[in-house]
Design a protein around this ligand. Structure first.
Ligand SMILES: [Mg+2]
Length: 298
């Protein structure tokens, strides 16, 4: 039995936390055995593909970026509503003392009320592109290279986001990582003929329903049906469940990025993710694991 943790030097950095090394070694061995042809990557977007902070300043989420679009920024009722919602619900999302099952109802309320608030605004694709270029959120260091390597190796990458899909897609596009292997599942805006937002196109995805969300009903599902191994990336506890709706997925290696309330949240993150990266604003670990899988096949 190989010991991949020993071989992947970066896993010995002091901010890398692993609760169950035997289990992680087993997953790594299974995934390496399948090689790149059996691999897919499933990643959250906000604070996972983008950095959690830059020099201590937290990054804007896709919805926060949306709020900066002129028509939204100038709408005082909209601004007051989203601010109030965030003040109420964001602490609940983060609170390590509230069980996830209790958080779900609150997250549903938050997203439903956000959908209501967003409806009626008029936004163009140009507005969306402009706000992305203006805010220019930085992707994790090494993110571009990671996506390039995945595309070069024909490994599908699913970006699975509870954020605003139109913004997510635009950020990926402008950063040059919306490559042919990338698919985005998220809350995309629904417009009427004159460009007014009517809500979201499909069933709402919030931070804690990514497990039940029917990835199954998308064409992506067919593309990855023979990919039984996944690297799963996220910064929220709910992200660890992103492959639960994929029946064929046998080995999911879950990597969690933790930045806020580190001390209080670490135990839960360690129970949920196979690898927890504390205040790591890079893609170094996912890339090292990808390299390990690729090289193991040679
Ligand atoms: Mg996130």
């Amino acid at each position: 039995m190989k010991n991949p943790i020993e071989e992947i030097g970066i896993l010995h950095r002091s901010n890398v936390h692993i609760k169950n090394k035997d289990k992680l070694n087993e997953i790594l061995n299974n995934i390496a055995r399948g090689g790149l042809r059996k691999l897919q990557v499933v990643s959250d977007f906000d604070k996972t593909i983008t950095k959690q902070h830059e020099d201590g300043i937290p990054h804007l989420s896709s919805f926060a970026m949306f709020s900066r679009i002129r028509s939204a920024a100038e709408d005082e009722t909209y601004q007051a509503t989203v601010k109030k919602l965030r003040q109420k619900y964001y602490p609940i999302e983060l609170d390590p003392h509230i069980p996830v099952k209790d958080k779900i109802k609150h997250m549903e309320d938050w997203w439903n009320l956000s959908e209501k608030a967003i409806s009626g605004l008029m936004v163009t694709q140009q507005d969306i592109d402009d706000v992305c270029l203006e805010c220019k959120p930085s992707l994790r260091n090494g993110c571009k290279e990671f996506f390039r390597d995945l595309n070069d190796s024909n490994v599908p990458a699913l970006v699975f986001s509870a954020g605003c899909g139109d913004i997510v897609a635009a950020v990926l596009k402008h950063a040059g990582v919306y490559l042919p292997n990338v698919k985005v599942i998220s809350n995309f805006l629904k417009f009427n003929e004159d460009g007014t937002i009517m809500g979201f196109k499909d069933k709402i995805i919030h931070v804690f329903n990514k497990n039940e969300y029917a990835v199954k009903n998308t064409d992506f599902y067919g593309e990855v049906a023979d990919r039984e191994n996944a690297i799963v990336l996220g910064d929220s506890l709910g992200d660890a469940a992103m492959t639960q709706g994929m029946e064929h997925c046998q080995n999911a290696l879950k990597i969690g990025f933790l930045y806020e309330q580190i001390e209080d949240s670490l135990p839960q993150y360690l129970d949920t993710f196979d690898i927890v990266l504390v205040d790591d604003q890079t893609m170094d670990v996912p890339r090292a694991i990808f390299d390990y899988i690729r090289d193991a096949a040679r």
